[in-house]
Design a protein around this ligand. Structure first.
Ligand code: SAM
Length: 282
């Protein structure tokens, strides 16, 4: 029978946040797969645990994933940890989980800290609906496309960012999303934990004057007004059709075009237009 992969959350700063179950699992499994063996060794040493470690990270995940799956198929149990927080959130753990599922290996979780959720609850921004956006790409076009794709989302947005990229990210956010409320949550659970609740414009000036240090989560207010993207957003179906007729299109062509632009069925647009013209005639 195959073993089990335990996804073990570890602290994101304060070692006191490790769970009793996580330590139990560390003691019981045959091996712990981790991003950085030196870092995980420090954690194990702190808790007096001796265990075989194996590295599993972005650059060896293809070969190492197969090795770990074979171990699990041989009946061994393994824990997976990331450098900090919950594995599979913005780290290669996601790929190992998928591989285990494909190989019918049991995967279970040992819950704990996730920087995104802790930042969200401290932000003061709405928590009832939110989306986790992870890291923005280093590629400018992809970064802009990502921000454009969430521009009209009305729920709270959560991003991870490295301190040396923070200023650029704030300026891109301001350019694409416009000014809105933001919480910059830094060094969670550590001595220098700090939450700056402000707006994007002020945050940009603040970090232009004080270079950002430490680990950051950016929590951004969702869109308060959805941008008008189509010239016809404020026209009725009938006015939209008349616009194209005035531009020189035949009525049937105008109806076809309007149906396509609005994602409606042509006969519904036709009926709507004729219902209005009939009413106007009466
Ligand atoms: N798996 C982790 C989790 O559960 O949150 C996230 C790993 S991701 C590679 C690292 C990013 O998480 C950092 O760049 C930062 O944005 C965020 N992060 C991690 N620890 C943090 C902390 N103590 N304070 C603020 N942000 C943190």
């Amino acid at each position: 029978m195959s073993g089990t992969l335990y996804l073990c959350a570890t602290p994101i700063g304060n070692l006191g946040d490790i769970s009793a179950r996580c330590l139990e699992v560390f003691n019981e499994v045959d091996v712990i797969a981790c991003e950085d063996t030196r870092r995980t060794l420090q954690l194990l040493n702190h808790f007096g645990i001796k265990k075989q470690l194996t590295s599993y990270h972005e650059h060896n995940k293809a070969e190492k994933g197969a090795v770990i799956v074979n171990m699990l198929k041989d009946g061994k149990n393994a824990a997976l940890v990331s450098d900090a927080g919950t594995p599979a959130i913005s780290d290669p753990g996601e790929d190992l989980v998928r591989l285990c599922i494909e190989n019918d290996i049991t995967v279970t979780s040992v819950p704990g800290c996730v920087a995104a959720v802790n930042a969200l609850i401290l932000s003061g921004l709405p928590t009832c609906r939110f989306s986790f956006e992870g890291f923005l790409s280093v590629n400018k076009r992809h970064r802009f496309e990502h921000l454009e794709s969430v521009k009209n989302d009305t729920h709270t947005l959560i991003f991870y960012e490295a301190p040396h990229k923070l200023q650029r990210t704030l300026s891109d956010m301001l350019e694409i999303l416009g000014n809105r409320r933001i919480a910059l949550v830094r060094e969670l659970t550590k001595i220098h934990e700090e939450v700056v609740r402000t707006d994007l414009e002020k945050a940009q000036s603040l970090y232009a004057e004080n270079s950002p240090k430490g680990e950051f989560v950016i929590v951004l207010e969702g869109a308060t007004e959805v941008e008008t993207e189509n010239f016809w957003d404020n026209l009725s179906v009938s006015e939209h059709i008349d616009f194209y007729i005035n531009e020189g299109l035949k009525k049937t062509e105008a109806i076809k075009k309007v149906a396509k632009e609005r994602g409606l069925l042509r006969h519904d647009v036709y009926n709507e237009y004729h219902k209005i013209s009939e009413r106007d005639k009466q």
